[in-house]
Each structure stands twice: as C-alpha cells, then as structure tokens.
Design a protein around this ligand. Structure first.
Ligand SMILES: [Zn+2]
Length: 231
C-alpha cells in the first residue's frame, strides 16, 4: 500500500521526540531530499485515512499515552476487533488513523471497515474499539445513528484518554453513546498490553508501561464515571 509507506516514511523523520513532543511533518532538506521532490508525492496529501494491521511502536507510545491533556496528539488511532457472531465466530482486527484528515477515524470506520455492506441483518456483530482518545461530539452522534439503525451490532469503546471532557457537548455525546447501548470504558494497563500485542509492530518486545499508567487510567475512569452518571 503505497500511501501508507509514504506516510510511514515521512513520519519516521518526525517521530515524537524523547521529550514527548510531536515532530514537524516532513521537513524537506533535512534528510538530503530536494524540496521539489516532496511536492511530487501526492500520496502525502493531508486528507487521508490510513488503515492497516499493525503500526509502529513510537506511534503507540505517543498516541496512546494516557496523559491528562492530549497536547500535540491531534489525530486519533482506532484499533478494532470485528466479531461476526455465530457457530463459527469470525474475527477481524486492524487499525485506522486519521492522519490530519477531515474525516475522523470513527466515521472512517463505518465508511471503510464496517458499514451497511458488511452488516447483514441476519447476523450479530460485536465491535470493540481501542481508541487513543474518546469520540468528539460529532462522532458520538454518528456512532449513535449507526447503532440505532443496526440493533444487531454492539459496540464497546475503550479509550486511552478522554477527549476534551470538560466540554458540555462532548459530555452529552458520551451520555448519548451510553443511552444507545454503547459500552464505554477507559483502557487499563491490561488493555494497553492487548493493543501492544495485537496492533503494534513490537518486534517481540514486551510492553513497558509508563510510570503513571495506572494512576492516569484511574483518573480518566473517574471523570468518565462522573460524566456518565450526570443527568
Ligand atoms: Zn470525531
């Protein structure tokens, strides 16, 4: 998949630094390329959704870090499990990333991974998402519409962080999701390990939890609980 490779290479040059700050996107010249060469790569366009089976370690360590505020993390990674339930349950796994795209990963999931074409009315489906941050208000509305339209689909969302949880419309969105039957959870250390093992090109390396992973998880869990219980 050419697009994915191009983007992966571009971001390789700009991986998050040790200080936890994101790098700048492809800086022409620094890696010996002529600036003109960059312009000839239309695949690097800013509006794209990247899909795949596994992604690089440094993306996971940066994007899924469960810090209180997601400074610099202006995209969403969505790792999914789609289970088609039946005598022989079929499971598919992969991820999406909204690389500076105007379409959010949640919306792209229904357009590219699991939409009306994949959703036969005769079967039941169990979707599980591991997202780097919880859905924005617009995505929450989109998810709720989908779940109402397809009652044979159930969705569990596990988020590393809450996205702009102080915003009333974001809180409303989370409550709407709950009311529509969506299970909302905050990722615990065991969920980070699952994602690491399932979606990351970990090259056999075991997941090394950061120091405050449990504390941060509990913090977001508490906030989510408060939001969902608020009438
Ligand atoms: Zn969104």
């Amino acid at each position: 998949m050419a697009e994915k490779k191009e983007v992966a290479n571009a971001t390789e040059n700009s991986k998050p630094g040790e200080d936890g700050k994101p790098g700048q996107d492809g800086k022409p010249g620094e890696d010996g390329e002529e600036p003109g060469e960059k312009i000839e790569l239309p695949e690097l366009g800013p509006f794209e959704i990247i899909t795949g089976r596994r992604f690089m370690i440094h993306y996971f360590k940066f994007q899924f870090k469960n810090v209180e505020y997601s400074s610099g993390r202006n995209k969403t990674f969505l790792c999914y499990v789609v289970e088609t339930l039946g005598e022989d349950t079929v499971k598919t796994e992969g991820f999406l990333e909204d690389e500076h795209s105007t379409t959010h990963a949640e919306d792209a999931f229904f357009n590219q991974i699991f939409g009306p074409q994949q959703c036969s009315g005769d079967l039941k489906y169990q979707l599980t998402w591991y997202v780097s941050s919880s859905p924005c208000a617009a995505c929450a509305t989109r998810i709720v519409e989908f779940l109402r339209r397809y009652p044979n689909v159930s969705l569990t969302i596990l988020a590393a962080r809450l996205f702009m949880w102080e915003e009333p419309e974001v809180q409303d969105g989370l409550r709407m999701l709950k009311a529509a039957g969506c299970r909302l959870r905050i990722m615990k250390p065991v969920d980070f390990i699952f994602c690491w093992d399932t979606y990351v090109e970990n090259e056999g390396e075991a997941f090394q939890p950061w120091e405050d992973i449990q504390e941060n998880s509990s913090y977001h869990e508490e906030k989510l609980h408060e939001i969902l219980e608020k009438a």
